[in-house]
Design a protein around this ligand. Structure first.
Ligand SMILES: [Zn+2]
Ligand SMILES: [Zn+2]
Length: 191
């Protein structure tokens, strides 16, 4: 079970030719489910149900390197109400800006920008985006998953999922307010 980026994750992009505004480098990586452990995040277990696909592209934006990333994956997650396995898919785009410049503020990344600034000390032939791939996945995971929007959850008495119809508890134990109604005889009036 993963709670942080596994050491085996290695996603690298080649730095585009320095000073060439037209230069673009890209990465397409598919990681099969057999190489992916479940992710434990925010109390939920996300088991990969298909390959994790990472597409990244780097190009110069003035003196900074703009890296766009697209991540997609499918997971099986227990429904937050009835615990039945439910399938979710994530597909998200992210933009990172690698920069040699010192950031003006001490803050890590500024939340009001729609890209994340990453400060680098120098340009190397390849740069590692594994941390960002992990970050993008985790940011994309929902904190609550429902098998269906109207999932009725579990019976508080016997713990059975209520989506397969009422269990016997709900037949035996009526709301006390309903019991009064049961005493009323409704006479059928034959025509
Ligand atoms: Zn459910
Ligand atoms: Zn029950």
């Amino acid at each position: 079970m993963l709670t942080e980026k596994p050491a085996s994750w290695k996603f690298e992009l080649e730095t585009p030719e320095l000073g060439n505004p037209e230069a673009v480098t890209s990465l397409h990586a598919e990681t099969g489910t057999e190489q992916l452990d479940s992710i434990l995040y925010d109390g939920l277990t996300f088991a990969f149900e298909g390959p994790m696909v990472v597409d990244a592209e780097a190009r110069w934006a003035d003196s900074d390197l703009a890296v766009s990333m697209k991540i997609s994956a499918a997971f099986s997650v227990p429904c937050s109400r009835c615990l039945e396995p439910s399938r979710i898919e994530i597909l998200n785009d992210f933009l990172y800006l690698y920069s040699l410049r010192k950031k003006a503020s001490a803050g890590d990344t500024s939340a009001d920008e729609d890209f994340h600034v990453v400060q680098v000390s120098r340009w190397q032939r390849f740069f590692d985006i594994s941390d960002h791939v992990w970050e993008c996945i985790v940011i994309s995971l929902p904190s609550k998953v429902l098998c269906s929007a109207d999932c009725k959850g579990l019976c508080p008495q016997c713990g059975r999922p209520l989506k397969n119809g009422k269990c016997s508890c709900s037949l035996n134990e009526l709301d006390p307010r309903m019991e009064k109604l049961l005493g009323i005889n409704i006479e059928e009036t034959p025509e």
